[in-house]
Design a protein around this ligand. Structure first.
Ligand SMILES: [Zn+2]
Length: 358
């Protein structure tokens, strides 16, 4: 069941201890309160349609100093609205689209947040909010959310691939998020799937990575290439004004309408993803692979989304050790964009519980 279809939880029905989950994006951030069972609590705010909100959304100019200030203010607002003291929020999970240098506690260069390089985000938030902070990469946070209360609940290990302009990946093994020595653990969008000299160039600048072929820009490039050779209804839909980032969406709609070339592009995307997934399986042997993000071609709700998933499953089975593929589930993720803040809160909770038992 999708998170947005779940009954909204009131603070009276929530179970302490509480954790604050934060998901920082390129132009905005989400701040939500999550209870001990991974349920997001109504913020006490109602939107224009009369629906209670699960998180506070903040638009910012994304100067890191302003972001810390706004984040602290929204945690105060949240506590006031819900009648909580700050001490009832045991920890903050801070999901950021980038990595922290574990030695210096400073952010490395973030592709989507300019001016944050070198900023000690976790230290500053902790100082400002007066609540312990657990830093996490946003992909790992989303994977932990799915592992805790989403599609991978009850599984031992999961790799979540988020499909969009980039291909993000978060890996959880036995409840632990894989960060690596430098913070780049689980960057599976950059697995090499083509080592030839003319392989497609990835967003990171290197040729042949998975993201170059099956991220939305890779899909766009392959679509432009195919539709110069083959008749397709896609051709009429792409104008000089069409942005590369919109082409994957056009492919999805035309594939759903039965256009052969569009279907071929979707299934080819599945094939490339399966190559990357096979490498993940032979490396960490998880019991669950999840696919999320904006580019799932409609997911379970559409026929082409289901064909996309089935093609991945078939290809993975064909090229993976039988024992590894046997009990593996490959599914779409279910928490959607809420996975980030719920998972960040979950990683903060894990840290909090681990420290209590020391
Ligand atoms: Zn790359």
């Amino acid at each position: 069941m999708r998170q947005d279809q779940r009954a909204l939880l009131s603070i009276e029905d929530a179970r302490e201890p509480f954790f604050v989950g934060v998901d920082i994006g390129g132009t905005s951030m989400k701040v939500g309160l999550v209870d001990d069972f991974g349920r997001s609590v109504c913020t006490g705010e109602v939107d224009a349609d009369g629906v209670s909100r699960r998180f506070i959304a903040i638009k910012t100019d994304m100067n890191p100093h302003n972001a810390v200030k706004l984040l602290t203010e929204s945690i105060n607002v949240l506590c006031n609205r819900l009648g909580l003291t700050k001490s009832q929020c045991c920890a903050i999970g801070l999901g950021v689209p980038g990595t922290l240098n574990p030695k210096t506690q400073c952010l490395r260069e973030l592709p989507n947040l300019h001016g944050w390089n070198g900023f000690p985000i976790a230290v500053e938030v902790e100082k400002s909010a007066g609540i312990p902070v657990t830093f996490c990469n946003d992909a790992n946070a989303a994977a932990y959310g799915e592992f805790w209360v989403g599609s991978a609940a009850g599984k031992k290990s999961v790799a979540l691939l988020t499909l969009g302009t980039g291909i993000g990946c978060g890996i959880i093994i036995d409840g632990r998020s894989i960060n690596g020595e430098t913070g780049y653990g689980g960057e599976c969008g950059h697995i090499i799937i083509d080592s030839s000299a003319n392989a497609m160039i990835c967003g990171c600048g290197v040729r042949g990575h998975l993201e170059a072929y099956s991220g939305s820009l890779g899909v766009a490039r392959r679509t432009l290439e195919l539709t110069t050779r083959r008749p397709s209804s896609i051709r009429n839909k792409i104008t000089p004004e069409t942005r590369m980032s919109d082409i994957a969406r056009i492919v999805y709609v035309e594939a759903e309408n039965g256009d052969e070339a569009a279907i071929e592009i979707v299934l080819e995307t599945a094939k490339y993803l399966a190559i990357g997934i096979t490498s993940i399986l032979h490396t960490i042997d998880p019991d669950c692979i999840l696919l999320g993000g904006a580019m799932t071609f409609g997911g379970n709700e559409s026929e082409i989304g289901r064909r996309f998933l089935q093609k991945i499953i078939d290809e993975v089975k064909r090229q993976t050790f039988i024992a590894v593929a046997e009990n593996l589930s490959i599914e779409f993720s279910t928490l959607g964009s809420d996975a980030g803040f719920i998972g960040a809160a979950g990683l903060a909770r894990k840290n909090f519980l681990d420290q209590k038992t020391i």
